[in-house]
Design a protein around this ligand. Sequence first.
Ligand SMILES: [Zn+2]
Ligand SMILES: [Zn+2]
Length: 236
Amino acid sequence: MTIRADLHIHSCLSPCGELTMSPRAIAAAAAESGINLLALTDHNTARNVPAFAAACRDQGVAAVFGCEATSSEEVHVLALFEHERDAIEFGDEVYATLPDVRHDPARFGDQVVVDEEESIVATLPKYLIAASAWSLTQLGRLIHGRGGLFIPAHVDRGSFSVWSQLGFLPVDEYDAVERVGEGRIDTGDLPVIAASDAHEPGRIGCRATEFEGAGPGFAALGAALRERRVRPIART
Ligand SMILES: [Zn+2]
Ligand SMILES: [Zn+2]
């Protein structure tokens, strides 16, 4: 079957994500737009993963779990895991290294953790857009140590990317790169994914990654990346 994956999405926990981006709204919008494999990737935390997992189960959408970590070079990296626990623990490790910059909701938007019923159960006090203490290489080791996929985000974008921060892609054990079609950067023969980076429900699935597999899930995604069978697509 054809699997259509959107692997880069922000919930209401990301300060840039709208409050309408509850895990339930995300899963419903994905199902509506034909996405059958979905990842939640909030900035430097995965605390909304439990509510996201429940919402995806209810919608019949397969899910992988992760976050978008910021390296010490201010490069964004997608970390995707098969298991909720790995995503949450990795996210907590990253969050713990963020500088102690208090989040200001009035200026930057809310950072809310919700439960399966969409009740707000916590707000995270540290500003989530800040850089972690770990370099790109160190993040890669931590992600692979938990069996995850290490994917530099929007590598050709003009901000928070390997292109904007370093000017090139350093040699490392990447599983793929995410492109958005802006700048030019050499990524060799690495598999290329596309994703919405949605911060509002209407954007979910506007860019996606397709591949063939027996069924949507982490194992099928990993195999398609290793075998370079993924196709980045954009909704017309
Ligand atoms: Zn980003
Ligand atoms: Zn993002």
